[in-house]
Design a binder for this molecule. Sequence first.
Ligand code: GTP
Ligand code: MG
Length: 199
Amino acid sequence: MKIKTAELDRVAVKKSQYPDGDLPEFAFAGRSNVGKSSFINAILNRKKLARTSSTPGKTRTINFYKINDALRLVDLPGYGYAKVSKSAKSSWADSINEYLESRDEIYEVFLLVDIRHEPTSLDARMYDFILQNGFTGIVIATKSDKISKGQYAKNINIIAKKLKIKNKDLIVPFSSEKKDMVDEIWFILEDIMKFHKED
Ligand code: GTP
Ligand code: MG
């Protein structure tokens, strides 16, 4: 997809703050620091649109990005960050749950996991929640530049096993540094939009 415009459209913590849902929407969930904001920048070819940080817990709100006035990408707050108070953790979890359960415009929720590590129990819970809400459950395995291509299959097997994924094509290695899979990601997004149109 040719990116003509990409802008931060809305920052929300609760439903009343979401933008009017008139566009297809894709959401990105995952642990804090896994690379959600970097992923969004990479596929939009923008360096600093979504704010990133080497310190976990950067994105604390639900950030809606509007692309070409045709779709939205949604950067969700990361979970699993230990240094956050219990009450902050539960309010983020509530706001993620509310978003995933109430937003009809979501076409797909992607789960991002670090390709180097076995997904955590929280990841597995999030993945189940994504499936329960009727989504395909596509996994982006981030930071693929940190391992060699020869290690992909082994690491993808570990991710598949933990998340109980049979079809390993649902796990897409991705590097925000190398940006080598950007076209494939857009192919997936456009395919989902086409499928919804025919529906
Ligand atoms: P929260 O907002 O805290 O939930 O984190 P996030 O998931 O949005 O992570 P973010 O994009 O801020 O990235 C976290 C750190 O990982 C940053 O230092 C990024 O530069 C780094 N990072 C993200 N993606 C990649 C990648 O593909 N390769 C490498 N090498 N580093 C990455
Ligand atoms: Mg972030």
